[in-house]
Design a protein around this ligand. Structure first.
Ligand code: NAD
Length: 515
């Protein structure tokens, strides 16, 4: 594929700094995008703010029509979009091809449900003092939402957040990762090609561009590392604007002695190696009850050894792709090297392979909780396995981390699995599966502890988070126009009103207690 020079993102003049986008397998430049500075970001956000009012006025149904057109455009361009995505990530075709259908699923779900999720809510009076009024809670969008995304899912990550934000009635400034911006730029191209209102803008660039977005928008939805998330939270606090943070993880898998070991080995391998381990919810450490440890490790190693790695093209021929860039490969290599130096053993994999940023799918044993491969987020194709005496030790070690994104529990006893889930300090637990919660749009997707603040998705909450609640009161009828608490109190009226209110509240209390 020829390199893409992105002109759609504003006017590309000769003065503007460009960033190279490289194919991780061979280092080839596959595109160039502008590294937007604060002035371009501020101007773009001003234009978005101006366009947002008419977008909000369309209502959820009207906005859903535009999102439906975007979905159709995505499906019409699916194969080309998957090519672009592969060119900047070197994902296997089977993994890259998941991203367009995934966004379409998000569009279908939220466009169908937005009118109900955003409908005004009639609220009952809490007691006699609020009885004279009709009460409503109304969901009004933040004018401009800034969506900042990482490189691991270049289409799906932006899609997860821009779809509900747009449907909520907000305009969106999207700042994709500088490592993989081409797919996000395609989203903006699609939005323009369908002729939609100018309420989606893609602002390419590095960290400073993201910081400029944080400095100008009304709500920040950030996905990325915990380190950057802390910076974003500090900047948001200074401006007193809210932020949602989806950050790093170190997700444990607990394999109990009563698990179906064949199933557990295949599931843990997939959970650890999908997208070459570059998933926030990846299985990053495995605790196995002692009686089945040897059997499980043998099966897991066999599964991992059977996987094919390489650059795929359109062939659906490989299972594991490359890491996003050299820096990421260096982290993975450091974690493995440090573990081995401290006494761990590599059962399969363990080193960089081929050209570019490939790292062999790796199983590590004899690891302990002092090692970086167990304490730090690796975000690569490594699976460290630890033997534990029992369920209690597994839970204690699983919780011994600063992170709290998700976990998986592998057992034939579902009730036991659910009991253990309630002891784990994480935002999601999959029983006999890994990563699955990510595909369930009706469930909240958020991290505890250093893994984030707030959550995305989760039915109505996933769209209402991009709105501010507005309280509206109105008289029930003309005879109740004059509120009894109004100034000025006429002579004697203050005493009468306060006695009356006291009596009403007391009567209300008695009635409630009688029930
Ligand atoms: P990163 O934090 O380096 O960058 C994320 C985004 O933030 C990029 O677009 C980057 O340009 C931008 N950025 C950098 N500095 C900024 C600043 N000061 N202000 C605003 N924006 C700034 O993360 P990454 O390396 O691209 O992605 C990998 C990380 O993302 C991993 O830690 C992974 O766990 C996490 N992640 C989390 C989830 C989740 O849902 N919890 C999902 C995917 C990835």
């Amino acid at each position: 594929m020829a390199a893409i020079v992105v002109q759609e993102v504003g006017v590309l003049d000769s003065e503007r700094e460009l960033l190279d986008v490289r194919n991780p397998a061979d280092g080839r430049v596959v595109g160039r995008v502008p590294n937007e500075g604060p002035k371009v970001v501020a101007d773009a956000v001003t234009a978005l703010r101006a366009a947002q009012t008419a977008w909000e006025a369309l209502g959820p149904k009207g906005r859903g029509v535009w999102l439906g057109k975007l979905r159709d455009w995505l499906l019409d361009n699916e194969s080309r979009l998957t090519d672009v995505l592969q060119s900047e990530t070197v994902k296997p075709r089977a993994e890259a091809a998941l991203e367009v259908p995934f966004i379409c699923d998000v569009i279908n779900y939220y466009a169908r449900n937005a009118p109900a999720f955003l409908a005004d809510e009639k609220v009952r009076a809490s007691g006699p003092m609020s009885l004279p009024k009709r009460l409503r809670t109304v969901y009004r969008p933040y004018p401009v939402v800034g969506v900042i995304t990482p490189w691991n899912f270049p289409l799906a990550m932006p899609g997860l957040d821009i779809v509900p934000a747009l449907l909520a009635g907000a305009a969106v400034a999207l700042k994709p990762s500088e490592v993989t911006p081409l797919s996000a730029v395609e989203l903006a191209t699609g939005w323009a090609e369908i002729g939609a209102p100018p309420v989606l803008r893609v602002l390419t660039g590095a960290g400073a561009t993201g910081a400029a977005v944080v400095d100008t928008v009304d709500y920040i939805q950030f996905t990325g590392s915990t380190r950057t998330g802390r910076q974003v939270a500090r900047a948001a606090a200074d401006r007193l604007v809210p932020c949602g943070l989806e950050l790093g993880g170190k997700d444990p898998a607990i394999v109990l002695a009563d698990a179906d070991l064949e199933h557990a080995a295949a599931g843990v391998a997939w959970g650890g190696l999908f997208n070459a381990g570059q998933v926030c919810f990846s299985v990053e450490r495995v605790y196995v009850e002692a009686p089945v440890y040897d059997q499980f490790v043998a099966r897991l190693t066999a599964v991992v050894e059977s996987l094919r790695q390489g650059a795929d093209g359109r062939g659906y021929r490989v299972d594991v792709g490359a890491l996003a860039n050299q820096a990421q490969r260096d982290i993975v290599e450091r974690h493995v090297t440090e573990a081995v130096q401290a006494g761990a053993r590599v059962l399969t994999g363990g080193k960089p392979t081929g050209a570019g940023t490939f790292f062999e799918p790796t199983v590590l044993v004899d690891v302990d909780h002092s090692m970086s491969c167990v304490r730090e987020e690796t975000f690569g194709p490594t699976i460290p396995v630890i033997k534990v005496a029992d369920e209690d030790e597994a839970v204690r070690l699983a919780n011994d981390t600063e992170y709290g994104l998700s976990a998986s529990v592998w057992t034939r006893d579902r009730a036991r699995g659910e009991r253990i889930a309630r002891r784990l300090d994480v935002g999601a637990v999959n029983i006999n599966d890994a990563l699955f919660n990510l595909f369930a749009l009706t469930l909240p997707h958020g991290g505890w502890k250093s893994s984030g603040i707030g959550a995305r998705l989760g039915g109505a909450r996933g769209i209402r988070k991009y709105t501010r609640m507005q309280a509206i009161t109105a008289p029930r009828g003309p005879e109740l126009q004059e509120q009894i608490l109004w100034y000025p109190y006429r002579p004697g009226r203050g005493r009468v009103v306060s006695r009356m209110l006291r009596a009403m509240v007391a009567r209300d209390l008695r009635r409630r207690f009688r029930r």
